[in-house]
Write a protein that binds this ligand. Structure first.
Ligand code: NMX
Ligand code: MLT
Length: 438
């Protein structure tokens, strides 16, 4: 066993009695009541998921294992001379709740290197896919096609044991996560770099090797570390995390579950919004024919988009009610590394005009930007201009969070998800009864 796996097992054993006690002794304590609006409106705000890996406060934003983004970036060990932490150390933090020492993080770096090689059949499958497939289709397919490697599926076939199920889930999660950056880089270079590939550099950590395989010079390695960490987890209710959890709850393995989660991430209201922000901005730039927009022009573009029935990508959120700290973190990066970049200036101008317009428009509950409003501009600056690839980057990051979550799902023996549905007539009856009582 590695030190991380040892530590994880210890944490699981410590945690299990808490879940057991809640279920056995307090199972009938009410958490909340549910309204008609919640039942029809996408289960917004219904507290029916449990995770200790991250928590999203509407006003403060995300905390990973209780830590804010700046705290995480400060506390985790970093490669020498770099500004952002090892992604592998962050994986350690999400799984165990403990900040690893540099030595502990480096042990995970070495473990990931051992599992990094992508099976040839994955490459073969990617190569037979239509060249105009969306990169997210290729990414999700690559994950799914590896399912035959699943250690959890083999464990299940041999005879399932609830107490030990976390072990093979952890092994699958580690296998998958180690390979994702290479898969992502392969898809990128297959589609956009004349099918010319760069072999892995085994002296590098996950972020460093990803930048290397993409063919992008430093500080893109730090961009990759920052990006993967920021996009990792956003508690359990977001569509990609929830889908991954839902699929895993059927005792499907991590390959099926993550592939499903990535399909959810590929929707324009979720992760694909980061590509939509850049696509939208390109549209603005094309219309201006290279001229700098004035705030008045920008306002007009925003209104035109809203009046055509579309959403402003990168703005609004189902839970957040203030500027996403992940937006802020990336904005700080831009202010340091690309303050004069034209697209960054556009993004910043949007920040000045969109919230007021959304308030005036009167629909969005949250007029502030989310993570996607700021992420594409950084990628674009470092030469990654093929914006339909951006959600794959989000996906590599999101995998860290959701794979940690489903490992814990197994550890705590969470049940198969199966909420109850009603018919519209039943809901109408509920309303009539409530009115009669009032
Ligand atoms: N632009 C225009 N209208 C909006 C926006 C926006 N950015 N955000 C919300 N609305 C509308 C929304 O479409 C809804 O309209 P209707 O009543 O006609 O259906 C109304 O405001 C109320 O929606 P909310 O309750 O504020 O938002 P909800 O929780 O349903 O959805 C999002 C959250 C994130 C899906 C929504 O804000 C949105 O579509 N944003 C733009 C897309 C985006 O940036 N998605 C990425 C989210 C982060 N991520 O990475 O996943
Ligand atoms: C996410 O990171 O998943 C998004 O911000 C969406 C969400 O939290 O609902």
């Amino acid at each position: 066993m590695t030190a991380l796996k040892d530590k994880l097992f210890q944490k699981i054993q410590e945690h299990r009695p808490r879940t057991t006690k809640l279920l056995k002794e307090h199972g009938d304590v009410k958490v909340q009541e549910i309204t008609v609006q919640q039942a029809i409106g996408g289960a917004r705000g219904i507290k029916s998921l449990v995770t200790d890996i991250s928590y999203l406060d509407p006003y403060e934003g995300i905390r990973f294992r209780g830590m804010t983004i700046p705290e995480v970036m400060e506390a985790l060990p970093k490669p020498d001379g770099k500004d952002y932490p090892y992604v592998e150390g962050f994986w350690y933090l999400l799984l165990t709740g403990d900040v690893p020492t540099k030595e502990e993080a480096l042990e995970v770096v070495e473990e990931f290197k051992k599992r990094r090689d992508v099976p040839q059949y994955v490459i073969d499958v990617l190569r037979t896919m239509p060249k105009d497939s969306h990169p997210m289709v290729m990414f999700s397919t690559a994950i799914l096609v590896m399912q035959k490697e699943s250690k959890f599926a083999k464990f299940y076939e041999k005879g399932f044991n609830k107490m030990d199920a976390w072990d093979s889930m952890y092994e699958d999660a580690t296998d998958i996560l180690s390979k994702l950056p290479s898969i992502a880089a392969y898809i990128y270079r297959l589609k956009y770099k004349d099918d010319k590939h760069i072999p892995a550099d085994n002296s590098l950590d996950m972020g460093g090797n990803f930048a290397h395989m993409m063919g992008i010079e430093p500080p893109y390695d730090d961009v990759a570390r920052m990006y993967f960490i920021l996009h990792s987890d956003h508690e359990s209710g977001n569509a990609s995390a929830h889908t991954t959890h839902l699929v895993a709850s059927t005792l499907s393995d991590a390959y099926y579950s993550l592939s499903g989660g990535m399909d959810a991430l590929a929707g324009p209201l979720h992760g694909l919004a980061n590509q939509e922000v850049l696509r939208w901005l390109q549209g603005v730039m094309d219309k201006l024919d290279g001229k700098e927009p004035t705030p008045e022009m920008m306002k007009q573009f925003v209104w035109d988009t809203l009046n055509s029935g579309q959403v402003i990508p990168g703005y609004g959120h189902a839970v957040l009610r203030k500027t996403d700290p992940r937006y802020q973190s990336q904005r700080d990066f831009c202010l340091k590394h690309l303050p004069n970049d034209k697209i960054f200036k556009y993004v910043d101008m949007l920040y000045q005009v969109v919230p007021d317009i959304l308030r005036e428009h009167g629909k969005a509950k949250n007029p502030w930007p989310n993570v996607d409003a700021q992420s594409g501009v950084i990628q674009w600056f470092y030469g990654l201009k093929e914006y339909d690839f951006y959600t794959v980057l989000f996906g590599v990051g999101r995998a860290i969070g959701v794979l940690a979550n489903i490992t814990w799902d197994r550890a705590l023996g969470y049940a198969i998800e199966r909420p109850k549905s009603l018919t519209t007539a039943m809901l109408e009856e509920v309303v009539e009864k409530a009115k009669a009582k009032a």
